[in-house]
Design a protein around this ligand. Sequence first.
Ligand code: NAG
Length: 645
Amino acid sequence: MQLQSHAPSGATLLISLLALPQLTSAFYLPGVAPTSYKQDDAVPLYVNAIRPVGDADSVLHSVLSWDYYHPTFQFCAPEGGGQPVGESLGSILFGDRIKTSAFELKMKHNETCKKQCEVTYGKNAAQFINQQIQEGVSLNWLVDGLPAGQKTIDVLSDTEFTNPGFLLGEQLDDGRIKFNNHYDIVIEYHEVNGNDGQYRVVGVIVQPESRKYTGEIGPDTCNTAPDIVELSETGDTKVRFTYSVYWIESSTAWATRWDKYLHVYDPKIQWFSLINSSVIVIFLVLTVMSVLVRALKKDIARYNRLDQINLDDLSGTSVLEDGVQEDSGWKLVHGDVFRNPSHPLLLSVFLGNGTQLFVMAGFTIAFALLGFLSPSNRGSLGTIMVLLYTVLGFVGGYTSARMYKSLQGEKWKLNIILTPLLVPGIVFAVFFLLDLFLWAEESSGAVPFTTMLVLIFIWFLISVPLSFAGSWLAFRAPAIEPPVRTNQIPRQIPPVTTYLKPIPSMLLVGLLPFGAIFVELYFIMTSIWFSRIYYMFGFLFLCYGLMIITCAAVTVLLVYFLLCAENYNWQWRAFLAAGTSGGYIFLNALIYWVTKLSLSGFAGSVLYIGYSALISFLFFILTGTIGYFASWLFVRKIYSSIKID
Ligand SMILES: *[C@@H]1O[C@H](CO)[C@@H](O)[C@H](O)[C@H]1NC(C)=O
């Protein structure tokens, strides 16, 4: 179910936010103004990169995409070659390479069996293309901003939807590999209300066919040619390309033309897992919190009563004193709990960047829920993420510097410089290295050099100065004082029980936030690697919320146990334990690699692992920061609620 309107009123907005089923898909605002065409106006058809989509058994063999005019494919190009069409930054980063094409479409003007170029494929080209067909790649065209797709039935829910892209070819049951050289382009149009003679494109379906032509091509040849085209791997094959265009009137309105694409895969599984995990999470968090709050209340009451008894002792004897150990549990470490951790510089830089990521993710999901990032706004997701991260450099710089000052760090210049450079630098370096691989493979996935330059410009001219400004402001602000004084001499830390040792505690704590997002992660990964449209921001929003709550709750619990065990080194422990979720995400990616993908070629595997590692690293910082700040608030709260002489 979708809500479509050009300008949703406040009420519909509220209703759609409150009604949970609506959240599964969210409504969208049309991103671009509609284009109207008169009869016989030229409607441009653009071509996009050729992308892997997996073979007949849904196994992906490659993650490399190709430019439509890659010399091996020899697809017919317009005169002077395909020219790039202007795209947004996010669109380029997410792999779009849109170019003009040799197809001539005219509004409401049917064409049958129009001839295009004739191409000869040699042995090597045939081998390459046949391999691509077997591994499953799809051609991606755009007509009036709408991706050309194929009608697909989702067998699980028995619903029909349009899947963007159509196959380059297919391996038949008898083992022959057919190469598609004819396209039936079916375009649905809609007459603009009250504006005669103006039409809009509301649907594009392309049915590719394989036709072996003998002799002249006439208007009927395309439907009568009996044989399929096979590219010979032992000799040259001549292939003639043709296409037909059919314009069909449709009742679909322009505003709802994207509905067919926004298909939610397995909504039942998603709902089930979401409800399942939220019940577990809420139950867990409530139990933990109630136990913790009760224990804390008792502790605090006891500590404050002991203070009272100690005062009484001065004047007389107390009957209670015998059975009660004077100071026990977390109160014992009050003189050490705010002792500065080792490597405060690194910690504060991570915390700054983590906060930046946290706010960015929150805003991005909020924008998505409000419908600004619908796929009709091509590349808006990528663009908004880059822009938000850039602008939020200020928040990152401020948090990092404020924390560093509070941790009494002395190398403040280094802190200011490292905050906007360290984490983005690591990300950019890995990204650049992976790009070199793509570039060496001649894949179109390689981000062009000019886009790299634009990224560097945005980074150094906007993000870095903003971060500096944030840091400057934070260093002028007073340091955040701990609620209790720290002793001169550090206490001895007694040995801890097994599950509080660093590694087991990290593994335990990291598992739960990962569990909250595990199912959604699967769908996100499928949409990234199998080039499907992801449009379940409602689920994502709920999962992100669950992840934050779980992450905070389990980390606080760990810190409480640590302090009770008189181990006051909670700062890095909290960060690392919560951050272990990132490790689980990487592990999950590896399992996905083994079970769902069968990547041929070294470059594909390097790319997959590289990108997974990058995403996991960012998750490490994000969840680590959530865990740290939750613990930080917790520790400040409990130590400010007891009296210390
Ligand atoms: C184009 O062809 C389709 C399918 O044959 C037909 O339904 C439609 O009416 C034709 N459109 C025009 C404008 O001739």
